[in-house]
Design a protein around this ligand. Structure first.
Ligand SMILES: O=C(O)CCC(=O)C(=O)O
Ligand SMILES: [Fe+2]
Length: 627
């Protein structure tokens, strides 16, 4: 048995390394009052500053003294914006953008590429840098901490306010009670934990993260705040909520965040074929969690799915909502039943069916292929661990300790496993040390911003549901400016492993660190090769990908190769290697791959793409169109 490769059943999440790390809390804690005693510190705060890598001629500039960060569009777009370390565009940044746009419109008909002109820099910066509560589990952890403060303040208000003077039908008071109850609903699932521990528990579990975002968006900030704001006498309540957010420099999550969360849950449900009835009681694939979803959680999902015309999934959530009615206290049952009934009516109208007991029958064949971003369900078989490697192919696979490739490996041999013979796909166990992983993470976390994909114009990045993750570039090969000893050593190790140039300028991309969060973050199937190699940055195309897993993932998150019928379960410290480009310069379509949605826990990886021009002697191209 080779150890890695083909996934075995998911481990228990509590044993795995899924939670936020000590160094993450540096960045989270900076925003919080430290004397708040609701936070159990558990030694989570680690003062030591990391050796942040400056990107001297690239896009990012990070100043570890001031924690100021700028994002520099100069190379690509002739514009530079300033952002602060929390990822917001600063006032200076906004002015720079405004000036740039003015200049462009003044110049009227002059040259710049039509695509670049059309491109809205402000929108791009706002999208890339907006606080993203569904994709960014660190942001979600901050929200969990703030919400806890809000809860405590509101509880105090509800207990010590002059209660006898408040009529029992006061709407503000009713919403307040409802909100407190919704918050407390999760206490059991979170084993009564508070502070940072609670926050990590919330953010590892997509159902709890979804519940939190929905609770804050639809209960706390819309219904409660709107209802209470109409009367001056409730100002204490509004003040308690607003000040908790502003003291922590946190903006309110919005309906965009709620939509991202709904999409995340939907994606997990769809890709892994999970039933709403299981999710409703906290069962996520093989994992059992204590979470229960409320009627409103289920209804919100049902309504969202009806908008997507995903009626079969909506049907499941309406059934789940109906099942939840029994658990509702007598007094609230009538209104709950009405809300569920009205959603059923909507489904019947939209599907043009007359009775709800025939909806399921009618939708059985639908299988959801048509939902917007979703591709046929069958395509995700590898993500679900349904493999189809023949015994014959398996016989080619080996694992061994490599001490021969280079004398470097003699003392500490490389643990090699061949996962596929042709095209080759390798896994190297224990490739990267815990210290190096911690170092990379510490450098990357403050620079995380939403990851995108290269727009077809190749001129810019676009942000789509095709790839949902937070991302940072570490400019590890700028050793002329800032030789970083740790990353230099890692790159050297990669060179000895691949036999390719990685450290020379332009021989590889900067190290791309990607965090998929915990709410269904994924990267759709794609090719790493860009193909129009000659036009592309003067570097040549991507010939090899070395993907390092910096975390285990308790459920989901495999790197899947659908055409090979193989998926690799993230194993912390291991790396996989494959070749996106054929020797004839075309993408090797067999190397199609993607990052499957994270079902539970968080997924962190680092990517090294090795480029052709500096490697043309070592990875020789061929005129034979068939190779
Ligand atoms: O995260 C993964 O499993 C795949 C990542 C990937 O394919 C990429 O970043 O190009
Ligand atoms: Fe990729």
């Amino acid at each position: 048995q080779c150890g890695g490769g083909h996934p075995s059943p998911s481990p228990n999440y509590e044993d795995s390394d899924t939670y936020l790390h000590n160094s993450d809390w540096d960045h989270i804690r900076r925003d919080f009052d430290e004397d708040e005693d609701i936070f159990d510190s558990h030694g989570l705060y680690d003062e030591e500053e990391s050796n942040i890598i400056n990107d001297e001629d690239g896009h990012y500039h990070y100043d570890p003294e001031t924690h100021r960060q700028t994002y520099d569009y100069e190379q690509e777009h002739g514009v530079k914006i300033e952002v602060d370390y929390k990822g917001s565009v600063t006032e200076n940044g906004k002015e720079d953008l405004a000036k740039h746009l003015e200049i462009q419109s003044d110049e009227g008909g002059s040259e710049p590429d039509a695509e670049a002109l059309e491109f809205d820099f402000r929108e791009d910066a706002e999208e890339r840098l907006r606080p993203n509560y569904a994709l960014d589990h660190r942001k979600a952890a901050k929200l969990a901490l703030v919400e806890q403060k809000v809860y405590i303040k509101l509880t105090v208000i509800s207990l010590f306010d002059t209660r006898d003077q408040i009529p029992s039908d006061d709407n503000c008071y009713i919403s307040l009670k409802k909100y407190l109850k919704e918050f407390e609903h999760d206490t059991k699932a979170l084993n009564g934990t508070t502070g940072y521990i609670r926050a990590t528990n919330v953010t590892a579990n997509p159902l709890l993260t979804y519940r939190m975002i929905r609770r804050v968006v639809s209960v706390l900030t819309s219904s409660l705040m709107e209802i209470c704001a109409v009367d001056e006498k409730n100002s204490e309540i509004i003040e308690a909520i607003e000040s908790s957010f502003s003291a922590s420099n946190l903006t309110f999550p919005t309906s965009i965040d709620l939509n991202d969360a709904l999409l995340g849950i939907t994606r997990i449900q769809f890709v892994y074929g999970l039933n709403a009835s299981d999710l409703r009681v906290g069962k996520i694939g093989n994992l059992r969690t204590n979470v229960t979803l409320s009627i409103d959680d289920s209804l919100e999902l049902a309504n969202y799915l009806m908008e997507l015309k995903a009626y079969a999934l909506a049907y499941q959530w309406l059934t789940a909502a109906t099942l939840s009615i029994n658990g509702v206290p007598k007094g609230d049952r009538k209104s709950a039943t009405e809300r569920v009934e009205s959603a059923w009516e909507t489904l019947l109208t939209l599907t043009k069916l007359k009775r709800k007991d025939i909806v399921h029958q009618a939708l059985r064949g639908e299988r959801q292929e048509q939902i917007n971003e979703f591709h046929p369900y069958a395509k995700y078989a590898t993500c679900r661990g349904e493999f189809n490697i023949s015994e014959e192919d398996q016989a080619d696979l080996v694992c061994f300790l490599d001490t021969y490739a280079d004398p470097y490996w003699t003392i500490n041999p490389l643990k090699v496993e061949l996962l596929n013979f042709d095209p080759p796909l390798w896994q190297f166990h224990d490739f990267i040390s815990d210290d190096t992983m911690a170092y990379i993470k510490k450098a990357a976390v403050p620079m995380f911003a939403r990851g995108g994909i290269i727009h077809e114009s190749k001129l810019r990045t676009e942000y789509t549901n095709y790839r949902t993750s937070m991302l940072a570039w570490l400019y590890d090969h700028n050793y002329y400016y800032n030789p970083d000893p740790v990353l230099f050593k890692l790159n050297k190790r990669m060179e000895l492993l691949t036999g390719l140039e990685i450290i020379k300028p332009k021989s590889s991309h900067a190290l791309q660190v990607v965090d998929y969060g915990s709410l269904g973050g994924h990267y759709e199937f794609h090719h790493d090769a860009i193909e129009e190699a000659t036009d592309w940055s003067g570097t040549g195309d991507r010939i090899a990908t070395l993907l390092m897993f910096l975390s285990d993932v308790p459920a989901g998150g495999y790197t899947a190769f659908p055409d090979l019928g193989i998926a690799v379960r993230p194993e912390k410290g291991s790396a996989i290697l494959w070749f996106p480009l054929r020797l004839n310069g075309k993408a090797d379509h067999r190397a199609l791959h993607g990052g499957c949605p994270v079902m539970f826990g968080t997924k962190l990886v680092a990517n090294k793409w090795i480029l052709h021009n500096e490697n043309f002697l070592k990875y020789q191209c061929s005129l034979n169109p068939d190779v």
